[in-house]
Design a protein around this ligand. Sequence first.
Ligand code: ADP
Length: 175
Amino acid sequence: MKRYLGGRIIVQRGDITQLAVDAIVNAANNTLSGGGGVDGAIHRGAGPLLADACRALGGCRTGEAKITRGFRLPAKHVIHTVGPIWEDGRHGEDDLLARAYDNTLKVALENGIRTIAFPCISTGAYRFPAERASEIAVGVVTSFIDTHDGIEQVIFCCFNEDDYELYIEAVEQFV
Ligand code: ADP
């Protein structure tokens, strides 16, 4: 684990479903009906009430974010956001990924969330190049927390060693 900005940003390896924070972020799909990857892990950890809560939200557009409780997870809430599916980089993917991070942080702030953990949105099944995604994620998060004191701590929760190294490099460029 690495800490930056007095602990306001943390880069760590691990399983996001184990984190006892105010909110964990789900890299969901437009239907919010659950899926593989981190989405599947979050639904398994939260239990079936999460699917019921998601159904009531009526889906989520790419780049937007919606909140539920965390149910059986150690995290109090889940913020579901939908990152872009990577095509070739010329279909607004960078902007949509930035909006997914930014809108997630806005929803967090509106709901009094002070500690939040992100997975590497869009870099699994959605195939967004991981290094490019890490730079976008870190850029949006550092500029957001710079201007909003309400977010006390952001954890970048990297499931694999390669992502962990990429995030350390990206954060060290920005802070
Ligand atoms: P997407 O469809 O947005 O690409 P994926 O879930 O396929 O979402 O992958 C996003 C990232 O989440 C990948 O880097 C993957 O390694 C990571 N991931 C998968 N399971 C977990 C988990 N339990 N905790 C944290 N990250 C996870």
